[in-house]
Design a protein around this ligand. Sequence first.
Ligand SMILES: Cc1cc2nc3c(=O)[nH]c(=O)nc-3n(C[C@H](O)[C@H](O)[C@H](O)COP(=O)(O)O)c2cc1C
Length: 180
Amino acid sequence: MKKTKNIIIAVTGSISAYKACELVRLLCKRGNKVNVLMSEAATHFVTPLTFQTLSKNPVVINMFENPVAWDPQHVALAQGAHMVAVVPATANVIAKLAQGICDDIITCVIAATRAKVIVCPAMNENMYTHPATQDNIARLKRFGYRIIEPVKGELACGKVGIGHLADLDKIISEIEKALK
Ligand SMILES: Cc1cc2nc3c(=O)[nH]c(=O)nc-3n(C[C@H](O)[C@H](O)[C@H](O)COP(=O)(O)O)c2cc1C
């Protein structure tokens, strides 16, 4: 019998956050247990209620709010995860992860986990090709994180360029590879 895998999907404040809804739905349909974490910025794009309903699990945004257990939530989530994927990953969260900044639930869970981490950048082409972002991505690769590079496509600004979130099929197949 297939063992249920615990997957954490961390959603950050990119216009492509809506695609994470379908990702969560598909991962749950495949028999995985999915916990969604959202940055405050992500809640401007998609509601936590959408993720809560799709994943059938509470969504964590603020790690200081309503503790339901005695143990710190970020540590419990980090230790229980088989893998963590940041989908979509903003330039901001990539910079914070590259520097070890832990100022929200997403960055704390990723620092505290020893599970595999996948990062799926999505942003404007100039933000993506900026040397700071490229240096930060290179640093994440050195940490052993798997980066699923964005593709060329229509961006939020209306221009066509590199920075479009990778296809969900590709992201799902990388998540399944990481779970093996
Ligand atoms: C309409 C809109 C779309 C945005 N899309 C992106 C995006 O695709 N990628 C990105 O890196 N930042 C994007 N941003 C900027 C981020 O939301 C901003 O940097 C935010 O501080 C990210 O916070 P977080 O990393 O904690 O989610 C967008 C902002 C707005 C207003």
